[in-house]
Design a protein around this ligand. Sequence first.
Ligand SMILES: [Zn+2]
Ligand SMILES: [Zn+2]
Length: 356
Amino acid sequence: MDKIVKGYWDCPYCGNKGMSGLEKRCTNCGHPQDEGTKFYLKQEKEYVDADKAQAYGKGADWTCSYCGSLNRHDAVVCVGCGADREESSGDYYHNVENQHKKAEAKKKADEELHEQLSGLKQSGGFKKRLPIIIGLALLIAIIAFSCRPKDYSASVTAKTWGRVISVEAYKTVQESDWTVPDGGRVTEERNEVHHYDSVLDHYETVEVQKSRQVQDGYDTHTDYTDNGDGTFTEHTYETPRYTTEYYTEEEERPVYVQVPRYATRYYYDIDKWVQDHTLETSGSDNEPYWDDSGLADNERENGRAEHYKVVFTTDKNKSYTVETDLNTWERLKVGEGVDIIVQNGNVKEVNGQPLR
Ligand SMILES: [Zn+2]
Ligand SMILES: [Zn+2]
């Protein structure tokens, strides 16, 4: 299926473009194809006549080391200067490889130069970014300014306190479990569901959607190789093409049932310490106290908690409620004038003393 296709070349001497690769000399100025010649294809492919095609694709042109002309593989002397084939300086592929290497080296040198230049420009980049840097600094300054601590003259307008004692009692309580703990007095036994087991009951048939790749024809591809003698060889080949086919298949699937498993559950009375009640006191005076009214024989304390709050009202009539420790709370008197520092809506200091 391989066919010979015409290549094309440009004359480096007079600039004439798109000449047939079969023309060994420029049709305009007569300059021969030489070591700088690179054959290429056009969008429209032109096949070489079958009888002529026999002569192509047999070997790359050789380059005369004296005049640089390209000569057909079977020529024994240079068409340009008559030198012997023995004096060849490589062939067409060798030339193309050299051109490629030169182009790569130039590209690399250009890149290095570009890097050096952009490195020099970088130092000037700071000037461009200066407005952004100033803008950011300004923004940070505004935020810092609005979040800064503010001083106020204020007075203590209210004080409150609250105290809580948590009380446990030793009592008889009803509980139930699968076992009876020490001290439990069983009052009832019941047969109850302890857990469920998954048990295979039967199989059912279900339809399952499946897919597979099936071949439905071929895709034709064409590519070209440079023969190095002014022509290209066109190769055509096929690859199989696939489509996705969907089908259903029957599958057996297990079906399970949930079977209850029974066990004896014990209901029992047991004596233990349980949370019972709290003793709470509170007020807005200066005399906080605990409710020590006493505990019954079967009761005991289970922790205490206390809370002290002060309300400050500024001369701009804005109020802040603050939770403090007992010492601070006792020191502050209702009606007393104080200096407070407020930051982010919270009182941070009172008369120069940090709060908690
Ligand atoms: Zn020319
Ligand atoms: Zn020559």
